[in-house]
Write a protein that binds this ligand. Structure first.
Ligand SMILES: Cc1cc2nc3c(=O)[nH]c(=O)nc-3n(C[C@H](O)[C@H](O)[C@H](O)COP(=O)(O)OP(=O)(O)OC[C@H]3O[C@@H](n4cnc5c(N)ncnc54)[C@H](O)[C@@H]3O)c2cc1C
Length: 322
């Protein structure tokens, strides 16, 4: 390891995006992670949407930064990112979400656009991200920029005492690595089916229910969701939950009833009261920049948070000698 190396711990969407941003800023980066890509990142739907994450002022800026990047990535079919139109609806009257002002095409849905039994909703176009394709794109971009990857478990940040800084993108792993008792997993499950001809996304505002309803088309496949079990971090897929997910989605779009299931995906949303992106000069003098706790919006926040990490590093690190 070179003395001015930046070590990124974590190979999910946060770690890979941060690695790319730091390499593009001219810093030497080594990414160390147990799983590459991170399993939770692979399991995401994934739709751009700053849902249920705080603090809003920062989340707004991070989401906006990512939105701009994803719009550009959607112009390249190999990235797995697409701009897709669709409807978010509810069986109760809905309020306009604060992030609507970030989307120029956002409007109330006509009643003809709502499924039976729904009373309100919105139509908008957002980036949808096919996560296996996108994470592979990020990994290739990271390597092409000269980034190094080491696949292993990290027990403590002091393993990197020689590095200039460690960026902690360990998702739920931060509970142990950073000793963060506030961080908790929210388990989520998705079912991936062959696409029976769906071109628009749908998402139901189910409030605090653990049973979610959403579907996200990604070309040949559609990701059906979902679930949100607070406090559960078990990542094995549950056949009963999968069956209910398909049934709930088929009640909205009957073509899903006979769609062939190709995969089950399970992840644990790393959740805390506020996303943690901050510098932490520890007693052992290792500089740690935390970037975790993105809950159900880690894809949405990824580029904005990565740029914030780059800003924090440029403030915290002494200027280089050359
Ligand atoms: C079902 C589901 C649906 C979702 N839908 C969306 C969506 O539509 N839009 C959206 O924006 N977000 C969505 N999310 C949230 C999003 O997936 C997460 O916020 C995001 O993936 C978190 O990424 P991460 O890189 O921080 O963590 P992870 O992907 O969990 O990656 C953590 C990385 O750290 C590594 N690691 C952890 N501990 C250690 C250690 N001790 N040593 C070495 N390596 C370690 C892991 O191996 C892994 O590589 C969804 C999540 C789920 C589960």
């Amino acid at each position: 390891m070179t003395t001015n190396e930046i070590v990124v711990v974590g190979g999910g969407v946060s770690g890979l995006t941060t690695g790319v941003v730091l390499l593009e800023a001219g810093l030497p980066v080594r990414l160390v992670a147990e799983e590459i890509p991170g399993r939770t990142s692979l399991a995401a739907g994934a739709m751009w949407g700053p849902y249920l994450v705080e603090p809003w002022a920062k989340v707004r800026q991070w989401s906006l930064t990512s939105l701009d990047v994803f719009r550009r990535l959607a112009e390249d079919g190999s990235t797995g990112v697409r701009m897709v139109s669709g409807v978010e609806a509810a069986r109760h009257p809905v309020e306009t979400p604060p992030w609507s002002e970030l989307l120029p095409e956002f409007r109330d849905a006509d009643s003809s656009e709502l499924p039976d039994g729904f009373v309100g909703g919105h139509r908008f176009a957002v980036p949808l991200v096919d996560m296996p394709v996108y994470l592979d794109y990020l990994r290739r971009r990271f390597i092409a920029l000269g980034g190094e990857i080491e696949q292993r478990s990290v027990r403590s940040f002091d393993e990197f005492a020689n590095a200039s800084a460690v960026v902690n993108c360990s998702g739920t792993g931060a509970a142990a690595l950073a000793g963060d008792a506030e961080l908790r997993p929210i388990r989520g499950q998705h079912v991936v089916v062959e696409n029976p001809g769906i071109t628009e996304f749908f998402s139901e505002d189910t409030g605090l229910s653990p049973d979610l309803v959403c579907f996200y088309p990604h070309g040949d496949t559609v990701v059906l969701g979902g679930s949100a079990i607070d406090g559960e971090g078990d990542l094995s897929d549950d056949p009963g939950t999968a069956k209910e997910i398909v049934e709930r989605c088929a009640a909205i779009e009957p073509r899903f009833a006979d769609a062939r299931v190709v995969e089950h995906r399970v992840g644990a949303r790393p959740t805390r009261s506020e996303v943690r992106v901050e510098a932490d000069r520890r007693q052992d003098d290792v500089l740690v920049i935390h970037n975790y706790g993105h809950g159900g919006a880690g894809v949405t926040l990824s580029w904005g948070c990565a740029e914030e990490v780059a800003r924090l590093l440029s403030t915290e690190l002494p200027p280089s000698a050359d």
